[in-house]
Design a protein around this ligand. Structure first.
Ligand code: C2E
Ligand code: MG
Length: 977
């Protein structure tokens, strides 16, 4: 496409355009001024100007009048002062008396009237009027004008006030006063004048001078219209006014007086001209001077001279400038259009390498640039193509290089990875070699035909064979011959089938010793699944085996007696039961418990006790058959399992043999001990079908044997089982009985033997079961076994407290009550605190409570006994050792205990044999020695009492005096003395 880069203007046109714009600017400014009149003041604007000038004039005249008034008053006053001074001088000179001088002064003051409303007067220092135009006023006191709220008369100076017209009282007259002070007499001379009268003093020249000083007023004329029709002009007026003008002027004066403030036009002949001229006048009234002041100006005309005014020039200049700017903008836009087009095309063509097609009408300069552009474009195009070709070549080379680098990098990485693999393989090889060399296990590697290829060091350590002695041989070189051919066959079968085998094997070392080993063999196969190698790990487990054996012995043996323990017994018994069941046979379980073994332990110590147990086990083992099993359950409990029982008498014989083998004394150290045993027997299948049942029932039978006096055997019976059930039932009923408070307390008195007086009571529990009174022997043992005894003991104590409380309330004298304390309760760690709480609850003094514990209880845990007793003792509670003589007491400990009383068991009192008698007398003698009180219990006869008295026994308790009695009877007993 041919492009025409040509616009409406050439460069030279710009010059013309600029000149044109400047011309236009001047033309426009001139034209603007040609319309000047339009901007000149109009009649209206002149009216405004004149009116504001009239206002100024009004103010000037008012202030001029004021000045004139004040000057008049001051002059008048000063004249008076001069006159007064003259009179004073005369008085001084003696020409006049003071009165005369003052009388003359008064006439001077009052005689000098400035106008019709003006008058003067004088007052002295006492406000007495000394001079006044109205002679009646003289001598009066002047009160001032305060009542009219006027300005107070100053001591000296001007003041204004309002008064009433002398004739027409309703008309207010504004007045101006001036006060002078004549010091010699202390007189104030007041001169005043009505404000409107001051017009007479207006000095027209003053006003003229003021007007003359205001330059803008030069063209103006001032006209004053007086109320009396007189008119004053500031400029001279032609004397002979045309009648027409004079009339118009008179009409104007009328209008002025009518409107008072306003504006008018009128015709006038100035003094320097014979032609009438139109004039405007603005006027304002000055009422206090009763005149109207006007200011005139010639009527404005359109042909007035052009006046230079910067305010008017500025908008004209701005408008012309804007217009010129607009024109310049459009001209420039048109002028540069071809250039912009040119630039756009070159920008387009440069990217496409298209040459510019220039028409012949294109500007010369642009055409030159265009053709240069075309040449350059062409060159650029060629260079670019050349560059492209070179770039392609370079890119191809670059790609080739890149691919080569990539291949090299891959190769490098592969090499690195291979090196790493090889290194790792080497490491592993080294590691495996170390493992092989240092493994604790013996290692054998064979070929597929089980020929030893290599062995490690541990192999040599375990078997004693050097590698060279083993390599090439079959591992069966280690065979001990203790395993059957079948064992080896199975091993090989497993190896072939599973690829591995592990288990225990007994091998033989080079030195011929047998060695149990834990062996694990694995097959190694190639990728075609053909066996290539076998390798075997093994370690010596002889030590482990030995330990196992020991553990098994320990697990099933009693460490002390080496007899089978409970677990072993249970295992054997289970086995024996199943055998007996199978063969319809019988077996017997004998539960053997040594009698009073605890005493041996407590008194002789555990070492001796252990020795006794060993000897007992040996003796029993000697009297039983080989096939019988004697086991130890623990403590002094043994169980004999006899599988060779034919009938009941066989059992009796066996039990009898056991009891008799123990009859002989046991020599422990230097002492001889007599040991008995109680045996309970349960048989299969009659007394139990399983191990637990048989052991439990034999145990029950053993307890019966104990109950029946020990050192005997008892066969389990069904009745025992029922007793057991009864036992359980009773236990439950005790529990509920305690809750229902079925237990009651009986009190048995204790009597002082010498005086036969009641000293105290013993509290004895009874069970009131549905009206039937049951003794403690029926339930105390069950309560003790079940643990209910603790609750029961506290129950008794509470009941005793309640009883004592009752006695106290009744006013009956209190006596101590002894309470039996079961071993279990006494051994309770918190027993002291518990009892404190109960006594505190019922507010019972500790001294009224005594505890009875058996000597067995006291000796059970000496440390605890001493501690507890001492704590009770501190509180005032004393202790008795009950049933003394029946148990084992350590006299040295007894001596340490804070015990107050020994109670001799009733069986010694009751027994009528020498042995018992000597025991009683010994106990009494010993008590005296130990300074303990002694009580004999179970005293039933007078003879017993006499005998005890002779022995020196302190107190007695028994049916001879009274049986245990209920609470009410006990109260009665006390009251009867
Ligand atoms: P114990 O403490 O030795 O009580 C004395 C026993 O002898 C009482 O039997 C009493 O009734 C009885 N007795 C007293 N004088 C005579 C007599 O002249 N002739 C005969 N034949 N017996 C006499 P009881 O009340 O049957 O008590 C038996 C045992 O029960 C008491 O023996 C005591 O160990 C225990 N017991 C009784 N009450 C309680 C109690 O509240 N708590 C505890 N833990 N045990 C108690
Ligand atoms: Mg007792």
């Amino acid at each position: 496409m041919r492009i025409n880069f040509r616009g409406p203007f050439r460069a030279k046109h710009i010059t013309f355009l600029t000149i044109f714009v400047i011309l236009l600017f001047f033309l426009f400014t001139a034209g603007f001024y040609a319309y000047f009149p339009l901007f000149h003041p109009t009649n209206d604007s002149q009216k405004q100007t004149l009116q504001s000038l009239a206002l100024v004039l009004q103010r000037q005249i008012v202030s001029s009048a004021d000045r004139a008034r004040r000057s008049h008053l001051r002059t008048t006053a000063e004249n008076q002062l001069d006159a007064l001074q003259t009179l004073q001088d005369k008085f001084r000179a003696g020409a006049l008396s003071l009165d005369e001088a003052q009388w003359l002064a008064g006439s001077i003051i009052t005689g000098r009237q400035g106008g019709k409303s003006s008058y003067n007067f004088a007052i002295d220092a006492q406000s007495t009027i000394r001079a006044h135009p109205q002679s009646a006023m003289i001598g009066r006191t002047y009160h001032g004008k305060k009542s009219n709220q006027q300005q107070e008369i100053p001591r000296q100076g001007f003041y204004t006030f309002t008064t009433h017209d002398k004739i027409n009282q309703s008309t207010a007259v504004s007045k101006l006063g001036y006060v002078t002070f004549f010091k010699p007499w202390g007189w104030q001379i007041i001169t005043s004048i009505a404000v409107d009268e001051a017009v007479a003093f207006i000095n027209i020249e003053d006003i003229q001078a003021a007007i003359a000083q205001t330059p803008s007023w030069a063209e103006h004329e001032i006209v004053l219209f007086f109320q009396d029709g007189h008119i004053w002009h500031s400029k001279s007026v032609k004397e002979n006014l045309s009648a027409e003008i004079a009339e118009e002027f008179a009409t104007l004066a009328e209008k002025v007086w009518e409107e008072k403030n306003g504006f008018h036009s009128y015709s006038w002949i100035p003094s320097n001209s014979s032609n009438p001229a139109d004039k405007n006048i603005a006027f304002r009234e000055i009422p206090e001077l009763r005149l109207i002041a006007g200011i005139t100006a010639p009527h404005p005309r359109p042909d007035m001279v052009i006046v230079f005014s910067p305010q008017k020039l500025l908008p004209a200049f701005a408008a012309a400038f804007l217009l010129a700017l607009l024109l310049a903008y459009f001209a420039t836009k048109i002028l540069v259009r071809p250039l912009i087009q040119f630039v756009q095309h070159t920008a387009q063509n440069i990217s496409t390498f298209e040459p510019l097609h220039l028409s012949r009408r294109t500007y010369k300069e642009l055409a030159q640039i265009g053709s240069t552009f075309n040449i350059l474009t062409e060159e650029l195009h060629q260079t670019k193509e050349q560059l492209n070709a070179e770039q392609q070549t370079s890119e191809a080379v670059h790609d080739q290089l890149k691919s080569e680098i990539l291949t090299r990098e891959q190769t490098h990485e592969r090499l690195l990875s291979e090196i790493a693999t090889r290194k790792s393989a080497e490491n592993y090889l080294q590691l495996f070699k170390n493992l092989f060399d240092h493994a604790i296990e013996g290692i054998i590697v064979t070929d597929k035909d089980a020929r030893i290829l290599t062995v490690n060091k541990s192999f040599t350590d375990i078997t004693g064979y050097q590698p060279q002695e083993a390599i090439g041989r079959n591992p069966n070189m280690l065979s001990s011959g203790q395993q059957s051919a079948n064992f080896y066959r199975k091993m090989w079968q497993s190896l072939q089938k599973n690829g591995s085998w592990f288990g225990e094997i007994i091998n033989r070392k080079k030195d011929g010793t047998i060695c149990p080993e834990w062996l694990s063999i694995s097959q190694l196969k190639d990728k075609d699944n053909n066996t290539t190698h076998y390798f075997a790990f093994f370690h010596d487990i002889s030590e482990l085996k030995e330990k196992e054996k020991q553990i098994s012995i320990m697990a099933y043996r009693d460490a002390l007696t080496k007899l089978p323990n409970r677990a072993a017994l249970e295992a054997r018994l289970t086995k024996a039961i199943s055998k007996a069941k199978r063969e319809a046979g019988t077996l017997a379980v004998l539960f053997i418990d040594l009698d009073n073994f605890k005493n041996i332990n407590d008194t002789l110590g555990h070492d001796k006790g252990d020795e006794v147990l060993i000897q007992v086990s040996k003796r029993i083992n000697q009297v039983i058959r080989q096939e019988d099993t004697l086991s130890r359950l623990g403590g002094d409990e043994f169980i004999l399992l006899s599988e060779s029982i034919e009938n009941e008498s066989g059992i009796f014989h066996l039990a009898g043999r056991i009891l008799s083998c123990l009859q002989e004394p046991f020599v422990i150290g230097f002492s001889e001990l007599f040991i008995n045993a109680s045996i309970g027997i349960a048989t299969y299948p009659n007394d139990g079908k399983n191990t637990n049942e048989l052991i439990k029932n034999a145990d029950m039978a053993m307890y019966r044997a104990k109950d029946e006096g020990k050192n005997k055997f008892v066969l389990f019976t069904q009745e025992m089982h029922e007793n057991f059930l009864t036992h359980v039932r009773i236990e439950n009923s005790i529990r509920t009985g305690l809750q229902k408070k079925e237990f009651i307390i009986y009190y048995q008195p204790k009597i002082d033997i010498p005086s036969e007086r009641l000293t105290s009571f013993e509290a004895l529990i009874r069970w009131n079961k549905n009206g039937l009174i049951i003794g403690p022997d029926k339930f105390i043992p069950i309560a003790e076994e079940s643990g209910l005894i603790d609750k029961m003991s506290l129950y008794v104590l509470e009941e005793v407290c309640i009883f004592l409380n009752k006695l106290h309330t009744q006013g009956t004298s209190l006596l101590p009550v002894s309470v039996n304390m079961a071993p279990r309760t006494f051994n309770n760690l918190e027993i002291v605190e518990t009892i404190d709480t109960i006594l505190h609850k019922y507010r019972i003094d500790h001294k009224y409570i005594e505890f009875e514990i058996t000597e067995t209880t006291a000796m059970q845990d000496i440390h605890h006994t001493l501690k507890t007793m001492n704590r009770f003792r501190q509180r005032g509670i004393s202790f008795s050792i009950d049933d003394f003589g029946t148990g084992y007491s350590s006299l040295s400990y007894l001596n340490e205990m804070p015990v107050s009383t020994l109670k001799i068991d009733k069986r010694f009192i009751d027994a009528n044999d020498n042995h018992s008698r000597s025991i009683v007398s010994t106990i009494i003698a010993m008590s005296k020695q130990m300074q303990l009180k002694v009580i004999a219990e179970g005293v039933e006869t007078g003879e017993q009492l006499d005998w005890l008295r002779t022995l020196g026994c302190n107190e007695a308790q028994g049916y001879f005096f009274a049986k245990p009695m209920p609470e009410s009877d006990a109260t009665q007993f006390i009251q009867n003395g």
